[in-house]
Ligand binder design. Sequence first.
Ligand code: AMP
Ligand code: ZN
Length: 469
Amino acid sequence: MQLYNSLSHKKEEFVPHEAGKASIYTCGPTVYHYAHIGNLRTYIMEDILEKYLRFTGLDVKRVMNITDVGHLTSDGDTGDDKMLKGAKREHKTVMEIAQFYTDAFFSDCKKLNIKTPDVVVPATSYIDEFIRVIEVLIEKGFAYEAGGNIYFDTSKLDKYYVFNDFKEEDLAVGVREGVEEDSNKRNKADFVLWFTKSKFDSQELKWESPFGTGYPGWHIECSCISMKNIGEYLDIHCGGIDNAFPHHTNEIAQSEAYLGHEWCNYWFHVHHLNTNSGKMSKSKGEFLTVSLLEEKGYNPVVYRYFCLLSHYRKSLVFDWDNLNNAVVSYNKLIERIASLTSDKSGEVDSTEYNRLMKNFTDALDNDLNTSLAITALYDVLKSSANAVTKITLIKEFDNVLGLDLIENAVKVSESDNEEIPEEVMVLVEERKIARKEKNFALADEIRNKITALGYEVRETRQGVEIRKI
Ligand code: AMP
Ligand code: ZN
């Protein structure tokens, strides 16, 4: 499989560190508010990546954190702790907020057919581990104390801006919300590993540590949770593109300083979902959620379909017209599949199966091209393969796509059948047999009887279609 690697800025063959296995780390949500559908675009595309790697036969282990402490309102080290902000907004404790929005996140994921990662770790449950790694970084000379906080010393690295896209001046972008100089930092790019002396007197969650009572920085969470659960070598690290800097840059700095060798080979970044007025963001306060889609009558799985129609490395503009187009296209797709579900005769045609399956795997092998994978699905429907071959392929594709294709098609065909009287269905079956036996005169006679009962029966490329006249 060819995968674009943000580290090398090119597509590369994916070769896992250990043959037959693949380890994935995903930056989890900051649980101070509902996930917006932009966040969920990232998790949908990561879910496709995970499922496709499993589909190719790899034994995948995927780990995700839950950020319930340490993520400040700026991605740098300024602003308030987002969790505290959420707690104040809702007059609840930080832990109550964390639990509520963690549950809400997984409930949204379920509706979007996003599999829960194999390991999920709330940052607050790993404080001892963060402290241990920070101690090692201090011992190795990569971290220093200043003004009560512990900082990572980026000047000790051969190369800090590993994604190449950023320069010193770009730091102002990293701390875009409320740029503030921290005079404790030896170098502009240094970042906090542990806050003790903070200006946030009301910080609710604090822990004892050898560096003083305080709390961890956001970046150290992901490094530690990944290394503890996956080990010294990580195959793929995922996240939204905004996380490349400073978050992932800092993760690499501290993980490699700690380990003394390279850490993660592939960096998979999903580009943003935007609205016509700009990036969708939780901090802006106004954002679209899965619940809102449901309230407006959309099936969340259609939003997943909408996301799959675009490549993950292109930013995607959300508007209601685009979503409505996706609804129409999804419903047509389901109807076409529905017309196949009742025909269970025949066997899988292996030549057609292999040809059509290759279209699908070629698409996803090419840097997870999901829109081409959807085209491969249409190729199946358009092909001359028998219904059993088609249904078998669609089921297998859907193990990766997660669009409830068969379930929804069965529902549609059941509801279609419900409206058609038993009398008509019996005639349709008799006509099928007559046609199979090439008794076309009888078949026509039966068709007339069906017409007399107020129904039309016709052969389509997808099978027999029955409708009320
Ligand atoms: P957060 O909950 O803010 O920590 O973000 C969770 C995930 O969503 C991260 O991987 C972010 O990079 C990603 N993300 C944030 N905003 C967007 C957006 N507008 N579109 C796609 N992904 C996003
Ligand atoms: Zn992270």
